[in-house]
Write a protein that binds this ligand. Structure first.
Ligand code: SAH
Length: 271
């Protein structure tokens, strides 16, 4: 079974149980199989998926059915022999704009079988004009049942479809990409790693950067000395309390130095 569905998304409530998953594993690791967290991505480049999401821990979790990815190809919704999806901007100017009537057909497809509440299923247009994506948004998305992400290309999409469908614009950062696909993958990655059972014990989402409003402390591993640089002694002391304290101090110092904005918020919340 292909793990990426480029055709019609199946109703998301049913996941085929693979023979490799024993009933025991199902119960322990994936209590939410009936409602597997799903990303539906409307794109002109469905072959760009899973992309980097197919690698490492997110890829393994995808193979195991711990989350689902359903790219929806925008092209077949296009018009005429060439399946045109775009047209020149009203008012003139360079580039092309994705048509509202075409995009709406893909959005209708993506909405099939999903809850209408945006809290339970956010519907998002990737856009440099949008609210900046952050860890809090990733947590909210992970708590939802899935998301629909609309990837723009060219100059973007006709404004009317964004209004009509009450689509939230979300940005990866203050720069302009060629298309929404990389942004979608980055946001899906940040979300999926928060789902239960995706990271396993391999790494923790508890005390990494941004989880408590601080940046992470420095990390070290063997060799104990490299090019005359030693690992900070406290980390080799075996004194867990001292290690914890050192890490917290480093976290705070780094955040204060590099991200005064985060530091101010952190202090506010503490007080
Ligand atoms: N003309 C638009 C930019 C279009 S870039 C503007 O000035 O706002 C083409 C597509 O890339 C966009 O439709 C959007 O889906 C995607 N994109 C570009 N930059 C992005 C960013 N920072 N975050 C998320 N998506 C982005």
């Amino acid at each position: 079974m292909p793990r990426v569905m480029t055709e019609k998304p199946k109703s998301h409530g049913r996941l085929k149980v693979r023979p490799t998953l024993t009933p025991r594993a199902l119960m322990e690791d994936t209590p939410d199989l009936v409602n597997t967290w799903t990303a539906r991505v409307i794109t002109l480049f469905p072959n760009a998926f899973p992309g980097v999401l197919g690698q490492s821990l997110t890829g393994k979790a995808l193979d195991m059915g711990k989350w689902r990815l359903e790219p929806i190809d925008l092209r077949p919704f296009g018009e005429g022999k060439h399946k045109n999806v775009d047209d020149t901007p009203a008012g003139g100017g360079a580039g092309m704009v994705l048509r509202a009537d075409i995009v709406s057909k893909a959005l209708d497809k993506a909405a099939e079988g999903t809850p209408t509440s945006r809290g339970r299923w956010p519907v998002v247009y990737l856009s440099p004009r949008g609210r900046r994506f952050d860890q809090t948004m990733a947590k909210n998305w992970a708590r939802a049942e899935g998301v629909t992400l609309l990837c723009g290309r060219f100059e973007g999409v006709d404004e009317r479809v964004l209004e009509e469908y009450q689509i939230e614009e979300v940005s990866l950062g203050d720069f302009v990409l060629t298309g929404g696909e990389l942004a979608a993958q980055a946001m899906i990655d940040a979300t999926v790693r928060l789902l239960p059972g995706v990271l396993g014990n391999a790494t923790s989402t508890e005390d990494e950067s941004h989880s408590h409003g601080l940046l992470e402390h420095p990390q070290y591993t063997r060799p104990a000395e490299w090019r005359g640089r030693a690992i900070p002694e406290v980390l080799l002391s075996g004194n867990h309390g001292a290690v914890e304290e050192w890490r917290r101090e480093m976290s705070e110092a780094l955040t204060r130095a590099r991200r005064p904005d985060l530091w101010a918020k952190y202090e506010e919340n503490k007080g």
